[in-house]
Write a protein that binds this ligand. Structure first.
Ligand code: ATP
Length: 234
């Protein structure tokens, strides 16, 4: 439980004069579930993209499984990471089944587990329908299924429940529960901290590109004497 799968050391990401991330230190240890909280623009998506190696830090180092995130060694291990972006590109004229098959080929995964994945996220009944006719909840369930392809060890979820219907939220947290029981490492960005009670081991709070708190929900509450929801607005 104490191996660092992801380490950010003094990481900054600047867009011109704008500091999206500023001097960030962060470790993700094997098997923990970390919630990443913060308002719009706090730097949550940028942080996730830095971990994935989709963007390069302006300063500092991002290590993935002990390798620099931009090294060939990290690139080879990237298929062990499941990523659910804030917005997933889904083609409206493809069916759910075709979409998942497309992502499986992209990730060089066998197609044999796809039916079970569609079942797990509760859309197997709509698998042969075009995605263009899916509700927001169904699209998000399909997006979750693509993140789970290949049984990744590390999962990065970028605001997975924003705008979701209650049933899809419950399904999502059931999947998180199952992943945690299986020993996966999870980083989950959210505005909905209250939903996460009982799911996350640790909460990292971001504000304007900086980490302003990092600890267990109970410890953060004790240290401020305030509910996290209020602390976030400080
Ligand atoms: P949200 O909840 O709105 O997605 P976030 O915490 O994920 O917020 P980021 O998307 O990481 O925030 O953005 C952090 C800051 O960096 C924002 O001010 C954003 O406008 C800026 N930013 C992000 N990407 C770029 C980019 N490619 N070019 C310029 N500025 C960017």
């Amino acid at each position: 439980m104490n191996t660092d799968l992801v380490t950010l050391s003094g990481v900054s990401k600047h867009y011109g004069a704008h500091h999206a991330i500023d001097g960030l230190e962060l470790q993700l240890r094997e098997g923990e579930c970390v919630a990443l909280a913060g308002h719009n623009g706090a730097g949550k998506s940028t942080l996730i993209k830095l971990i994935l190696g989709l963007i390069r830090p302006t300063r500092g180092r991002v290590a993935l499984f002990g390798h620099d995130a931009h090294s060939p060694a990290a690139a080879r291990l990237r298929n062990r990471i499941g990523y659910l972006p804030e917005t997933v590109a889904l083609h409206p004229s493809m069916t759910g089944e075709e979409t998942l098959a497309f992502y499986a080929r992209l990730k060089r995964q066998p197609l044999s587990g796809n039916a079970a994945l569609l079942e797990k996220v509760g859309i197997s009944g709509a698998a042969r329908r075009r995605v263009g006719g899916y509700s927001k909840g169904m699209r998000q369930r399909l997006a979750l299924a693509q993140a789970l392809l290949g049984q990744p060890r590390v999962l990065l979820f970028d605001e997975p429940t924003t705008g979701l219907d209650p049933a899809s939220r419950l399904m999502f947290y059931d999947v998180v529960h199952e992943l945690r029981a299986g020993g996966a490492t999870i980083l989950l960005s959210t505005h909905a901290l209250s939903e996460l009670a009982g799911h996350a081991d640790r909460i990292v709070v971001m504000k304007a590109g900086r980490k302003i708190a990092d600890g267990a929900m109970s410890a953060l509450r004790r240290s401020t004497g305030l509910p996290i929801r209020i602390r976030l607005t400080l």
